[in-house]
Each structure stands twice: as structure tokens, then as C-alpha cells.
Design a protein around this ligand. Structure first.
Ligand code: ZN
Ligand code: MN
Ligand code: MN
Length: 279
């Protein structure tokens, strides 16, 4: 079982490994830089060396870690300068991951800002394809979205259509977020429904392309498009559904990463313990 959560790099990037070990993670996700700005401080040789040596000593499988793109980039945007900046950030992040030895970079698919799915997807595919031509061994993972207004890639059929246009194959994979899937209409509340949802995912996208699962319960109800993650088992998906997803992931050997909130009710430590219990 490979299971963990998003961990902070606050202080220095190697702290992520300490944070992961403290939380008894066998998988983890980081932002390689501040996720809320465009600017990223250059990683120094020392930053990279310490991160890599801590990771090697941790016993955590390199293939169970990923980085998440910052929030501002939008590859589906009709604004030319925004698109250029987004693409530059994506390419930059693949280089940062390559330096750190991180195999996967999770990206959102963006918003077409009212210009329509078709035009948005065209730009998105152009941007991703350009990033895919970069020579390194980092795989870009497309994350299914919550289906908010103007967003693309929430339904598996459309995600599959986008994915099919990308190449080379070894540069692209998919990350499935359970909260996003649920609020965009895929019922995950029972074992049977979870099996159905994964069968549909398999039909359009392919389970073999699924490299990471973001395991989050949802604050909002089925199909509400509200992107608010919640503690495992305490949200609208509930324990049976979350448990079925964890078991599926374990069976398929797909690393599971939590992006659950930290509040008075629970922290990461408790959510990870819960996930292990439900497995
Ligand atoms: Zn995400
Ligand atoms: Mn996610
Ligand atoms: Mn989300």
C-alpha cells in the first residue's frame, strides 16, 4: 500500500521528506515552490542534493511521489500572455521535477473563460503537447476537474478525448481526484458505484494511465461542482465509498495521496490513519 498526503516544503524543500515520514506516508505530493504566485525561486544544487539524499534514505518509493502545478497557470485561457506564462511555468515545473527526481507532475486542465470547450481544449492540447516535447523523464498527469463553470476535463469521456490527443505516450498520464469526480456527478458512495465509476474511467481514459489517486472526501453533494475537499469518511462520499477506492488503488498498485483539510476536527495524521484503517 502506498499512501500519503500533500506535504509542506516550508523552510526548505527537503523538509517535505521529513514531513512525509512524520505522517507515516509511503507516498507524498509537494508544490516545488509557492503555489500562489508566478515567481519561483531557483532550486540550488544543494537544495536538490539534500532533497534527493533524504528521499533515498526515507525508503519511500520514488514512483509514489509527485509534484502539483501552482494554481495560477491556465492552459485553456484565450489570453495570449496568460497562455504563454502558463506554458512557461509548466515547462519550468517539469525541469524542476526532473532535477528533484520526481517522476510525476499533476496539472489542472484550466478554464476556457467562456470561449467554449472546443476552443479551450484546442489551446490546452497545444500547450500540453509543447511541454510533452521537452526531453526529460517527467510525466505530466492530467487531473480531472470538479466541473466548475468554464472548466474542461471533468467528465471522463472528455478527459479521454483530451488525453488521446497527447503524445508521446510516456510523457502523459492521469490523476483522478475522488472529490472532483464525485461533485462532477460520479457516484462513489458504495463499492458497486466505485466499481462502475472506475469501469467508465477505464473505458474512456484507461486504468493503465492512472498514476496517482487524490483521495478526498467531498463537502458538497453528488454533482454539485463544488471543489471543497473534506475529511475521509465524514463527507458526502462516506466511509464505504472511500474504503472501496482505497482497496481498488491497492489492488492496482496506484499511490494514494490525500489533500484533505487541517482543522479542529482532524489533521493529516488522523486522515492518513483513517485511510489505512479503511484499506
Ligand atoms: Zn489538483
Ligand atoms: Mn486534487
Ligand atoms: Mn480540488
Amino acid at each position: 500500500m502506498q499512501i500519503g498526503c500533500h506535504v509542506s516544503i516550508s523552510g526548505s524543500i527537503d523538509r517535505a521528506v521529513d514531513n512525509a515520514l512524520e505522517r507515516e506516508c509511503s507516498a507524498f505530493q509537494i508544490f516545488t515552490r509557492n503555489p500562489r504566485g508566478w515567481h519561483a525561486k531557483e532550486l540550488t544544487k544543494t537544495d536538490i542534493a539534500i532533497f534527493k539524499s533524504k528521499l533515498a534514505a526515507s525508503g519511500i518509493d520514488r514512483l509514489a511521489i509527485c509534484a502539483h502545478m501552482p494554481y495560477l497557470p491556465n492552459l485553456a485561457t484565450p489570453k495570449e500572455d496568460g497562455f504563454a506564462k502558463s506554458l512557461k511555468t509548466l515547462i519550468d515545473e517539469t525541469h524542476r521535477c526532473a532535477h528533484l527526481g520526481i517522476p510525476y507532475l499533476v496539472t489542472h486542465l484550466g478554464s476556457h473563460l467562456g470561449t467554449g470547450d472546443e476552443a479551450g481544449i484546442k489551446r490546452l492540447v497545444r500547450g500540453l503537447s509543447e511541454a510533452g516535447r521537452i526531453k526529460n523523464d517527467v510525466m505530466i498527469l492530467l487531473e480531472n476537474t470538479a466541473g466548475q463553470k468554464n472548466s474542461v476535463g471533468s467528465d471522463f469521456e472528455q478527459l479521454g478525448e483530451i488525453f488521446a490527443q497527447l503524445g508521446p505516450a510516456e510523457k502523459f498520464g492521469v490523476c483522478l481526484d475522488t472529490c472532483h469526480a464525485f461533485v462532477s456527478g460520479y457516484d462513489l458512495r458504495t463499492e458497486e458505484k466505485v466499481e462502475e465509476a472506475f469501469a467508465e474511467f477505464d473505458r474512456y481514459v484507461g486504468i493503465k494511465n492512472l498514476k496517482i489517486i487524490h483521495l478526498n472526501d467531498a463537502r458538497g453533494g453528488l454533482g454539485c461542482n463544488l471543489d471543497r475537499h473534506y475529511h475521509l469518511g465524514l463527507g458526502e462520499i462516506g466511509e464505504e465509498g472511500i474504503s472501496a477506492v482505497v482497496k481498488f488503488a491497492n489492488r492496482k498498485k496506484i499511490p494514494v495521496i490525500l489533500e484533505t483539510p487541517i482543522d479542529d476536527e482532524r489533521d493529516d495524521f488522523a486522515n492518513i490513519r483513517k485511510a489505512k484503517e479503511l484499506a
